[in-house]
Design a protein around this ligand. Structure first.
Ligand code: E4P
Length: 417
């Protein structure tokens, strides 16, 4: 189900307008999101702990993602573009809020819709009303353009951010994706394990975006299933697939809805079958992201996307095992989905066995590869890196002052920096 959504962007650190533009560029290629228009960039005087004023803007997007799925995508984007955890009102490189979701009222700590403080913040409301003046705000029964402006300092328009809503009207996604900003979102790395030590270790390397589990991986750990999923979510703070085991749609829907309550990061995994597609549609309609697993053909991938899957998991290694070409299946599905961006389903290459699989599914344009810990570890290794590092350190030990910390600190102090 498509919905129009208004996003609020803000930045108060460094190149503030640049941060907003980079966010727009990334959102243009985010899976399942279509940019409909941008407001102008506004400047607002500093508040609270912020040192310089915020630059703010609002975007109107159309999405098939669930509210939680879109929130997760935006949080990952904030992290990629430099946001670090900070107190409210403090300086931040990039803040992206979901302000209004067409037709949806929602309560929750992580995501409250419409945004709790929309009506009280001129820096959010003014750009939002500019980009989507006729969008009705659920619960208020009035369009954004008719809401009264809150008192206090008003934001001032200082420049253009990107195409305005009118500029984009009636154009297809492909038409406005051209130009230097058009790039694909980089392939995400999920870890294919339920082992907490492996997850902690790989997450400390800064390259893991999510985790997939399945009943076999959970059973291998011999721990409590629910506690394991909850802990993985706490560590990863990204999509974590937890699989249903019922064989009928009703059971899958019941289990999926319960699993989704463990954490906002849970993605419900459902096996590909007719009952699974009924469950996928029902869960997606309830705003829950679904990963359809055990996919072995392009036809199955197309069916799952039509049912509203957020992810499709084609099993590369298991196809190779029976003499088929797993990577060729990824290529085929990527091609089909790119013909119809409105499907919004991400290709999650699963059953990855080697670094070569990772490289080949990246070449094919997979959105995600879910990789066992051993293979992630193997991605780091190259004998020339090892011998090269040893040679650099050996040579460095011959310089007069090899203590970098001491030498740089003394130089900085001497030069007043
Ligand atoms: C992940 O989602 C899949 O369940 C997993 O990648 C399957 O991998 P395997 O074929 O190595 O068991």
């Amino acid at each position: 189900m498509k919905a129009r959504v208004v996003l609020g962007l803000g930045s108060s650190l460094g190149d503030r307008s640049g941060a907003l533009r980079r966010a727009v560029a990334a959102l243009r290629v985010a899976p399942g999101v279509r940019l409909l228009g941008c407001s102008r960039i506004y400047q607002t005087a500093p508040e609270g702990g912020a040192r310089q004023g915020f630059h703010n803007a609002a975007l109107l997007v159309e999405t098939q993602r669930s509210p939680r799925g879109l929130l997760g995508e935006l949080q990952a984007l904030e992290r990629r573009l430099g946001r670090r955890p900070s107190a409210r009102w403090c300086d931040r490189a990039l803040d992206i809020d979901i302000l209004v979701w067409e037709g949806l009222k929602r309560q929750g700590d992580a995501l409250h819709l419409p945004h709790r403080r929309l009506g009280a913040r001129a820096f959010a409301l003014v750009p939002a009303a500019e980009v989507a003046p006729t969008l009705r705000v659920p619960g208020l029964g009035r369009p954004l353009g008719d809401l009264p402006r809150p008192p206090g300092p008003q934001p001032v328009a200082i420049g253009l951010l990107g195409p305005r809503s009118g500029d984009l009207a009636g154009r297809g996604r492909r038409r406005y994706e051209g130009g230097p900003l058009a790039e694909r979102a980089p392939m995400k790395f999920f870890l294919d394990t339920a082992n907490l030590d492996e997850i902690r270790k790989a997450c400390s390397w800064g390259i893991i975006d999510g985790v997939t589990t399945n009943p076999s991986l959970i059973a291998k750990e011999g721990r409590d299933f629910v506690a394991t999923i909850a802990e993985i979510c706490d560590i990863v703070k990204g999509p974590v697939s937890a699989e249903t085991v019922s064989t009928d749609a009703e059971g899958m829907i019941r289990e999926g809805k319960l699993l989704a309550r463990i954490s906002e990061h849970v993605v419900v995994k459902v096996p590909f079958c007719k009952e699974g597609m009924t469950a996928t549609k029902a869960l997606a309609d309830a705003g829950i992201d679904v990963n359809v697993t055990l996919c072995f053909s392009a036809a199955q991938a197309l069916v799952a996307a039509k049912a509203g899957a957020a992810y499709i998991s084609p099993f590369v290694g298991r196809l190779d095992d029976i003499g088929h070409d797993g990577v060729a299946l990824i290529e085929e599905i990527v091609q089909i989905y790119s013909n119809y961006p409105a499907l919004g389903t991400q290709v999650l290459a699963a059953s990855i066995r080697t670094p070569t699989h990772v490289i080949n599914v990246a070449k094919a344009g997979s959105d995600v590869a879910t990789i066992p810990f051993k293979v992630v570890d193997q991605l780091f290794h190259h004998p020339l890196t090892v011998s090269g590092s040893a040679a650099f350190l050996k040579d460095w030990s011959t310089v007069p002052d090899p203590d970098i910390t001491g030498a740089v600190t003394r130089w900085l102090e001497k030069n007043g920096r």
